[in-house]
Each structure stands twice: as structure tokens, then as C-alpha cells.
Design a protein around this ligand. Sequence first.
Ligand code: AMO
Length: 438
Amino acid sequence: MERLQRIRSCEIGDHTGERVRVAGWLHSVRRMGGINFLVLRDGWGIIQAVVEQEEALAPLLAAGAGVESVIAIEGTAAVAAQAPGGVELREPRIEVISAVMETPPVVLSKREIKASLTTQLDHAVIANRHPTRRAILRLGAVGMEAFRATLLAQGFTEIQTPKIVAAATESGANVFALDYFGRPAYLAQSPQLYKQIMVGVFERVFEVGPVFRAEPHDTTRHLNEYVSLDMEMGFIENHLPVMAVLRDVVANICAAFSERCAPELALLGVQLPVVQQPIPAIHFAEAQEVIYRLHGMDVRGEPDLSPQDERWLGEWAQQEYGSDFLFVTGYPTKKRAFYTAPDPRQPRYSNAFDLIFRGTELVSGGQRLHRYEDYLAVLAERELPEEPFAAYLEAFRYGMPPHGGFAIGLERLLMQLTGVPNIKLATLFPRDLNRLTP
Ligand code: AMO
């Protein structure tokens, strides 16, 4: 007999009444008074097979194959309202491809993972197979695609910049040092300097890639390696056009989730945010006034917003505008990275912004300095050496337009969207203070 061509679980609806072959992992086995229900999971979802004849299970029993065994099932696809996806396989013939006889370290067949955070992370290789974990990772993939699609449609070019670099890009000590053939080097904290340089080539660039932050603390919102969705654009007057592109990017990401990830959103119980046009914005100084007025906490004069301030502002944006998003603009220039352009009307404040999503910073961005002399001045003022920035400075020495950009933290987006209590649960294989594997 000729073997049937394998179909994906998500295609089953197009084959009702036909004999089909599916293959994947044995997700669960349920015995219900003489009838057995096998659930098979493949890369696209799950599908149920009904086994009425005990003999059909013989290949599984003979191999001692338990859950997570890789199997193929040939069966007749039949409409069944109570089955996942509304279609099930009947009169199945089972073939064992890779038998698993041990109990997996994380139970995958229950609706939710019950294992502790540590067990989940230690066994992420297996835990990532759980439908809820898979759903978060799938949202991440679609999010990256929508980011790319939005920017490509607006004339941006995708770049990949070096991850082994000679200088820290984001001020501060949180850099991983490397020994580069006897010379000091670092893992890139962001593609910041290179994306700015590349404005000199393409005017509009973006990058999706890993960045590294040696933050020596264990928080629920920081990773030591994360995926940064970066963009940079030339010929702007101030930060406002950058914020407008960011608004489009975020709106398109949410639209892509809505159009292409309905099963994932339903499984995770995610309520998509409405992205207003424009997204409400508040100046940093005014944001501090709001916090003082509503919560009696005098943060005026503080150079930055704390996580608590961000949560309060998130609540305020919800009450005031019914918005899950809030732009905070005009952060104090001193507190931002050296490349930040000051607000020409009040240079104490900058043309930099953050986007807060459901009470947590999701994006940082702004207008940058673009004149060579301004860079020399700011490096001197901050007592930073010129030498490590020589290549970067060359770009400005030979002509750069006013420009700006932003970076979205992918895992932050997924954490805030899905409401998981720790960013590590929105990360493929998180790197944290204690974790270098898996
Ligand atoms: P910033 O350092 O604020 O800005 O980072 C931008 C966004 O990245 C995310 N993020 C993180 N996510 C997980 N773990 C971390 N340790 C972590 N640190 C930051 C946040 C944050 O908003 N070069 C600038 C961007 C720019 O101006 O274009 C930068 O890297 O979501």
C-alpha cells in the first residue's frame, strides 16, 4: 500500500472524509470506558484520534511508547464538534517513529504547566513544547515578522551589525567583557552606534537581533541577553516622526496578532491592546507632577522614572485616555545616553522618549546628536575617551543628517502582552544571573 503524504494538523479541516496521515508527538492518552483518545501534537497544533479497537494501540504497547513518543497516525478525518479544532481521526493506524519510555521532566498534557519556574527553565527544552509556551514563542515570531514588514513597507533596509564590539554603547558598567585575541572587547549592549552609522548609507535601517546586558541582578523584567527590535531614520526635525513610526509598528504588530494568532491568543486568554492614533504622550516633568498629585510621592527633581512611577503612569493613562500605551517624552538629557539630542528650547530636557505599555517601559528612543562638534563636546563633558568611538565619530565628521530611532524589547512586549509574571517565561532560553544552559 502506498504511504499517504503527511499533512499538518492545521490542514485537517480541508480533508474531512479522507484518509490522511499526520505525524508528531504523542501529547496525551485518555481512556474513556473502552474508547481511547490519543492526542497528537505537531508544529502547528494538536489533533485527536479516536481508538475504538484496542488492537490499534498494539504498536504503542509493543514499543512501550509513552507520551512524547514521535508517532505517525493514518486515519479518516471526521467532523466532531467536541474535538480540538472540530475534526478528529477515526479508525487510526499508528506507527511509532521514536519511542519514549521515560516520564518527561515537565508534564505537557495538562492545560497549564504546574512545574515551578526553576523546573520549567531547567527543562525549557521540553517545557517549550507545552501549547502555552509554544503560543508565546509563536507570538514572538509573528511580532518580529510584523516589525520587519512595517518597516520594509516604509523604505527601511534590514542590517545585521557586529555583536563583538570595542566600546560600550549604552553608558554604564553592564557590559560583558571578552578577551579578543589578547585585546579587550565587549558583547554589544545594543546596535546603537552601528545603526546610526548606517543612516549614512541607507537613511532608514532596522535590525532584529540579540543584545547583551551584564545586569548583575535578578528582576522579573530584565534578561542578560534579549532580542532588540531596533530602527533608525534620517532627516527628521525632532523625535515626533520617530514616535509616529513606532505607533505604526506597534499597531501593525497587534493587527498581525489579531489576524494570525487567534488560537494562541485564545489559549493564553490575551486581550489585545487598542493602539490609539496618536498614542497619548506626556512630558517627563508633567509626568512627575501627575505622580505627585495622585500619589503624594514627590519625585520632582528625580532624573528618571522608577518602575513604580511607570506603573502609576500606566494606571493614569488607562484612566485618563483608556490607553494601554503612554509616551513619556523629554527625559532629562543628563540621564540619557551620550548620543541623545537635547530639546533645543530647554536643553536640560531631551528629545528622547520611552513608550510605557501596561505600566512597564517597552521602548526607548529619541532624536540623536548629529554634528561632529556636538559629539566631541558631549564625550569631553562626560569624561568619555574619544578613542573607542573613533569609527563612530568618523561618520559624523563626514556628514550626518538629523536622525533618530528606537528599540523595542521583544520579550518585554511578550511579557506585558500575555501577563506572565516573569520575563523569563516569555523567552526561548533565558540567560540570567545563574543560568547559562539550556
Ligand atoms: P534601552 O537600553 O532602554 O535603549 O533598551 C530598549 C528596550 O529594550 C528592553 N530592555 C530589556 N529587556 C530585557 N532585559 C533587559 N535587561 C533589557 N534592557 C532593556 C526594554 C527597553 O525599553 N539604544 C537604545 C534604544 C534607542 O534609543 O534606539 C537602548 O538600547 O524594552
